[in-house]
Ligand binder design. Structure first.
Ligand SMILES: C[S@@+](CC[C@H](N)C(=O)[O-])C[C@H]1O[C@@H](n2cnc3c(N)ncnc32)[C@H](O)[C@@H]1O
Length: 207
């Protein structure tokens, strides 16, 4: 897997199967997690987070940088990308918390005091139908709607909406019109998310 150094010195990869990078190549990969995924969430200790498409774990990492107490349920279907996590060196300020992400990638679980993370390996479409937790925050981060349309459907958003607490927020990088229509058809209230590095915003959706 080809690695790419991004503008904040964090590493991302290029996925040959999807012909797409795991993060935008024009901004920092961890920066993208912090601005597009964390900034709109008003994260508070105790919140329960769904990390839908864990990848390199940067969205969960960015959440751990803000929280002393949380439960994260993460979903990922590719063992190869989880193996790559072992090889990644993140910028210094993230190293301590990325050790947790490395443990999660290896053991599929981390449960120390107030931080609990469970990584479920498999198809996100199927796994969300089996979850019983209720979430305050959803990081929605599949490959793009063009490359991975099966994860951006109305049905997926309906399944996720059922798992969101009233007032919960979903954050994502895409602002594609059809995606927003699918979110609205699932009952979510859709707004512009933060802009980073290009003109179009991300999307935030509320229950
Ligand atoms: C854009 S990347 C996620 C980046 C990640 N959030 C991060 O911070 O590094 C999309 C991820 O979705 C995963 N994926 C693709 N199809 C999937 C599926 N059906 N179920 C679960 N994960 C899937 C890919 O393996 C990839 O890791």
């Amino acid at each position: 897997m080809r690695s790419i150094k991004t503008r904040d010195d964090s590493i991302t990869f290029f996925n040959e199967k999807y012909q797409e990078a795991y993060h935008s190549k024009t901004v920092g990969a961890i920066e993208e997690a912090e601005i597009k995924y964390i900034k709109p969430c008003n994260l508070k200790d105790g919140m329960v987070i769904l990390d839908f498409c864990f990848g390199l774990g940067y969205n969960s990492l960015a959440a751990l940088m803000k929280l002393n107490q949380t439960t994260i349920i993460a979903i990922e279907n590719d063992e190869e990308i989880l193996k790559q996590i072992e090889t990644i060196e993140v910028p210094k300020q993230y190293q301590e918390k990325y050790k947790i992400i490395k443990q999660v990638a290896q053991n599929k679980e981390f449960d120390h005091g107030k931080i609990k993370i469970k990584l479920i390996l498999g198809d996100a479409k199927e796994i969300i139908k089996t979850l019983t937790q209720r979430f305050d925050v959803v990081f929605f981060d599949p490959f793009s709607p063009k490359k991975c349309p099966e994860l951006w459907t109305e049905q997926i958003f309906k399944d996720i909406e059922k798992l969101m607490k009233p007032g919960a927020i979903l954050t994502t990088y895409s602002c594609a019109t059809q995606i927003r229509k699918n979110m609205e058809a699932a009952g979510l209230i859709v707004k512009d998310g933060p802009i980073l590095g290009r003109k179009s915003p991300g999307t935030v959706a509320f229950k």
